[in-house]
Ligand binder design. Structure first.
Ligand code: FRU
Length: 513
């Protein structure tokens, strides 16, 4: 269902998409990572599988490569590797979403795709009094469902199911990104990311300039709602950490992984903004990670305990991931391989071609020991293994833009170079610095392969195995069965991988996708 504005927007987006398809994505177009046809892509939305088909909707600003008013783009796949863009079914055409069909999620059930998203509105500021944190912004939760069955390309009339006034009063206007699931009893739950207002003096935060003074005192949290029908919602719980952990939590998720002994391992996923101090100042401007949950977040404030926060990905380009359960029961995570508000590095080579950003490779999740989630590229990647090279302790292969390198039996030493420009290494402890795994661009200039990216590292006691997955303009590195992951965009002039790891087995697969 649409209105006159929606119909015109649809024509404009289709024209931009068609023109972009003619031009292609240029030398750095990805082969197996979801890209926008044109313009800007951010968060994955509405991830689900129905009738064998995977659906990945995404935040899409087709008219401006640097972002703009968001619609939902839509890509589908049968194997998580070959993705086809099929249109932009949700456009900002209603008063309650006119400044963006913001992030949300989907459930495929009863032969249709049911969606919840945030309608973003920044009210016009006639008197110049809005700060857009505590005033001037709306973020209604909106429901739509597909009217073309499981195709998911056309949606019903939009319906506001929670208006901004319905959220707890002590929140700022920043509430968004509903992630919905159905529990074993058939009851629906959704989590929403939020920024709670705290009055009083603020601490001097590097985030105040961009996010207002409240960035130095507001508190990130998650609202948990419950419903019998996905339409009428009641607040079940509010989840936050005992100590303030950033001022805003975006894109929450709640996942249950099978664990030993049949007790599910539960995790709260979110993208916190405003983390400061050494640990965070050397990393990305915003983080995305998870905390193990003891108990259950749907049961009120005494029903759960949160464990240690871990980054989903410690590389340069990763934010706002979303997880879903595939029809075969696998838990799959897809993240945005980009970083918002990033001043020091960019993606000039694709921006010059009129597009920016892509998703990560879909990653299978399993529960590891000690509250760690392990990530591995979806196994479908193996169907695209074209040729194999093996090496004992070292290997050098040049020429493939797409590859999957598995290094097993690492014992102490590990270094690898990707495309001559990106170094991966296990670095022993020195001085104040712990032993760590490092991803480092050798040339840090903005015109280099890293476009200004420098170094990222995480402490790790030992490295047992490393897997390096390359697409034309991205590298994703899975360390120790995927307990630690690093992702980055890269714009190399020539392709090639060198691995040195005394005693290890190196297996290099060129990918044909
Ligand atoms: C995260 C985010 C979400 C929001 C969307 C808007 O990157 O800021 O919180 O819904 O992007 O595009």
């Amino acid at each position: 269902m649409s209105n006159a504005l929606g119909r015109d927007l649809a024509k404009l987006v289709a024209a931009v998409d068609a023109a972009a398809t003619e031009c292609g994505h240029g030398a750095y177009g990805q082969r197996f990572h979801i890209m926008p046809p044109a313009g800007w892509l951010n968060d994955p939305n509405g991830l689900c599988q129905a009738g064998g088909v995977f659906h990945a909707y995404f935040q899409y600003a087709p008219f401006d490569v640097e972002g703009g008013v968001k619609a939902w783009g839509h890509a589908t796949s049968r194997d998580l590797m070959n993705w086809e863009y099929v249109g932009a079914p949700l456009l900002p055409d209603e008063p309650f979403d006119c400044h963006g069909v913001y992030s949300g999620s989907a459930l495929a059930e009863d032969g249709r795709i049911r969606v919840l998203y945030t309608g973003n509105v920044k009210l016009s500021d006639a008197d110049g009094t809005y700060d857009y944190v505590n005033t001037g912004r709306r973020a209604d939760t909106v429901y739509v469902e597909s009217v073309d069955g499981l195709a998911g390309r056309e949606f019903s009339q939009k319906r506001v199911v929670l208006a901004s006034e319905d959220y707890p009063e002590d929140l700022t206007c920043h509430v968004r990104d509903p992630k919905v699931w159905r529990d074993d009893n058939g009851r629906y739950h959704m989590v929403l990311g939020a920024r709670r207002r705290v009055d009083g003096p603020h601490v001097d935060s590097r985030f105040c300039a961009m996010h207002g003074e409240g960035a130095g005192r507001d508190v990130g949290e998650i609202l948990v709602y419950g419903s019998a029908d996905m339409l009428s919602w009641e607040l079940e719980s509010r989840v936050s950490t005992p100590e303030r952990f950033g001022f805003m939590w975006e894109c929450p998720g709640y996942l249950e992984l099978e664990a030993d002994g049949g007790v599910p391992a539960r995790f709260l996923s979110f993208s916190p903004q405003g983390l400061e101090g050494d640990r965070w100042d050397r990393g990305n401007v915003y983080a995305a990670g998870y905390m193990p949950v003891t108990g259950n977040i749907t049961g009120g404030k005494d029903a759960y305990e949160l464990g240690e926060f871990r980054l989903w990905d410690a590389g340069f380009d990763f934010y706002a991931p979303q997880e879903f359960t595939a029809e075969d029961g696998r838990h799959i995570l897809i993240g945005w391989m980009g970083m918002p508000d990033e001043p020091t590095y960019g993606n000039a080579p694709t921006v010059a071609c009129g597009w920016q950003h892509c998703m990560t490779v879909p990653r299978e999740l399993t529960a590891g020991a000690g509250g760690v989630v392990l990530q591995q590229p979806a196994r479908e990647i193996e169907r695209h293994y074209a040729s194999v090279r093996v090496g004992a302790g070292s290997l050098e292969v040049a020429g493939d833009a797409c590859f999957d390198v598995v290094v097993d039996g690492v014992d102490g030493a590990f270094t690898a170079t990707v495309d001559g420009e990106l170094k991966l290494a296990f670095v022993p402890a020195e001085g104040e610095l712990p032993s760590r795994f490092e991803m480092r661009f050798t040339d840090e200039g903005r015109a280099s392969a890293g476009c200004g990216r420098t170094v990222r590292w995480e402490p790790v006691d030992e490295v047992r195995n490393v897997r390096i997955v390359g697409d034309v303009s991205s590298v994703e590195v899975f360390v120790n069965d995927g307990a630690l992951v690093f992702s980055t965009r890269i714009y190399p002039e020539a392709y090639g991988v060198t691995v040195d790891a005394l005693g290890a087995n190196v297996t290099y697969h060129a990918l044909n996708i």
